[in-house]
Design a protein around this ligand. Structure first.
Ligand code: HEM
Length: 497
């Protein structure tokens, strides 16, 4: 009887348990497939070699990102690569790139952990604005920067920046009119002064040796961070770079001293907690506010250095833009027609407020940005996730092939040609959705407005006063796939008009 009862009770339990299990299974089946599910397929991957993995597949290309485009033809838009000891994926195609940057931006907001970045930023890459992982501090740093790097049109900040760019451009024109000079030095000097004046309310005379040294140091470091190193993936090669890294570290120290002694110059102590007038004061105010501060003054100085260093990016880019223009007199003539139409018969100097009525000039800036096809700084997955239905494990390094988005024959007519008019529709600038030179989402470039405004200001100032002619014997092959140019690079002849 008991036995029977036991069986009966057991059967009832069994039926209830089975019923609950069935309901749970049905609920599970009805759920949308989880993007982090481990049963998603791995992305396709070519056969790899011992130790170097797939590194050999990236060799032999003028721009390593061309290798990614070729691999995509064979393996599809999401490809898994083992680069030395680093698990990586290469993402091709606008949809997939947007998935990483925007719809799953919060899964991919970290940056790779290259030892080189740690060493370049005082032993901790979290000090760097561009190479740190996502954190509350980074959120605050970006928030604080916004008002300074994206000044709203018609605001006081914008008109102050407009004056700074106009003054620096006019002094650049005077210097270039006075005979042949190393153009890159002159452009970098102007950009550096625009940056220190805008962010730190301080400018320097052209013959200031400390300022000149700071500019050189920034340019050397900028060149360095823009290089790809096999040692990033094969750390046992790092000792080969120790001397170079040591040198970079020394340059960074010199920059730090110059910034503290000559640029900030006692303002931390003297700041009287008023409304911050520039980025330096925003940083001081934040650091001093003990309740909400997430940064020490030491950390804040790294943020300041990173932003002042942005002048090297603008300067190197302007040099490349001039490199495209010097061999294209017809593009220069078109920009000059626009400038002269806007400046009127009294030849008023053009300023950045004229951008709205000078679409061709602005489009020439975009066209140069497209052609140099600088890579989006690689991202890293901060959790197990997926891209286009493929499994991506936490920590995977993510390369986004925006070189293909900028140069694909499917997306652009004659992609190798310099044609600013491709960005103009009905006399207005239109940027296609696949044009993503500054990345996107929560780690997007913080300096793109500065790039556009300063390049526009300098190029229109130069072409209002000069026609840029080639120097005998000089070739103008613009290196692409990176922003940086060597310290000594092409020369131009500035012919007064
Ligand atoms: C032509 C010049 C430039 C190009 C092509 C460029 C492009 C980029 C790209 C592609 C990224 C990565 C975006 C992403 O991961 O989604 C980036 C990040 C960044 N850029 Fe630029 N950039 C330029 C100039 C500048 C300048 C002048 C500044 C400073 C004023 C600047 C500040 C930054 C910062 C702070 C980040 C890191 C943002 C973060 O990781 O949260 N950039 N830039």
């Amino acid at each position: 009887m008991f036995h029977h009862l036991y069986l009966t009770t057991f059967s009832t339990y069994l039926i209830v348990i089975l019923f609950i299990a069935l309901i749970l299974i049905l609920i599970e089946l009805n759920k949308k497939p989880s993007t982090t599910s481990t049963d998603l397929p791995e992305p396709p991957s070519p056969r790899s070699l011992p130790i170097i993995g797939h590194l050999h597949l990236l060799g032999g290309y003028a721009v390593p990102y061309q290798a990614f485009t070729n691999l995509a033809k064979k393996y599809g838009n999401v490809i898994k690569l083992k680069l030395g000891n680093v698990n990586s994926v290469v993402i091709n195609g606008q949809e997939n790139i947007r998935e990483v940057l925007v719809s799953k931006g919060h899964h991919f907001d970290s940056r790779p952990n290259f030892e080189r970045y740690q060493q370049l930023f005082g032993g901790d890459k979290q000090n760097s604005l561009a190479f740190c992982d996502w954190s509350e501090t980074q959120k605050v740093r970006r928030e604080m920067l916004k008002t300074h790097t994206f000044p709203r049109a018609c605001s006081n900040k914008f008109s102050a920046l407009e004056d700074i760019i106009s003054n620096e451009t006019s002094s650049l024109v005077t210097r270039l009119a006075n005979g042949p000079r190393e153009t890159k030095n002159e452009i970098l000097y102007s950009c550096a002064n625009i940056f220190t004046k805008h962010f730190c309310s301080k400018s320097f005379p052209v013959d200031d040796p400390g300022f000149a040294r700071m500019i050189e140091n920034f340019d050397d470091i900028f060149y360095e961070v823009n290089q790809g190193y096999a040692a990033d993936f094969l750390p046992f090669l790092l000792p080969l770079h120790y001397n170079r890294l040591e040198k970079m570290s020394e340059l960074a120290h010199e920059i730090r001293h110059f910034l503290i002694d000559d640029v900030i110059d006692g303002r931390y102590e003297s700041y009287a907690d008023e409304e911050p007038s520039d980025y330096v004061e925003s940083l001081i105010q934040h650091v001093r506010n003990e309740e909400s501060s997430c940064m020490s003054w030491e950390n804040a100085l790294f943020a300041l250095e990173d932003i002042i260093g942005g002048h090297s990016a603008v300067g190197n880019f302007v040099m490349k833009l001039l490199g495209y223009l010097v061999t294209r007199p017809e593009v220069q003539a078109e920009i000059q027609r626009e400038i002269d139409g806007c400046a009127g018969s009294e030849r008023r100097p053009i300023s950045i407020s004229d951008r709205g009525s000078m679409p061709y000039t602005e489009a020439a800036v975009f066209e140069a940005i497209r052609l140099i096809a600088s890579p989006i700084v690689p991202r890293a997955a901060n959790q197990d996730t997926s891209i286009n239905g493929y499994r991506i494990s936490k920590g995977t390094l993510v390369f986004l092939n925006n070189h293909d988005l900028s140069m694909s024959e499917k997306l652009w007519e004659e992609p190798d040609a310099f044609k600013p008019e491709r960005f103009i529709v009905n006399n207005r600038i239109i940027k296609p959705e696949h044009f993503l030179p500054f990345g996107g989402g929560r780690r997007s470039c913080m300096g793109f407005k500065m790039v556009q405004l300063i390049s526009f200001g300098i190029v229109s100032g130069l072409l209002q006063n000069f026609t840029i002619a080639p120097v005998d014997g000089q070739t103008y092959k613009i290196p692409v796939g990176s922003l940086a140019l060597p310290r000594s690079t092409f020369r131009f002849e500035f012919v007064s008009r």
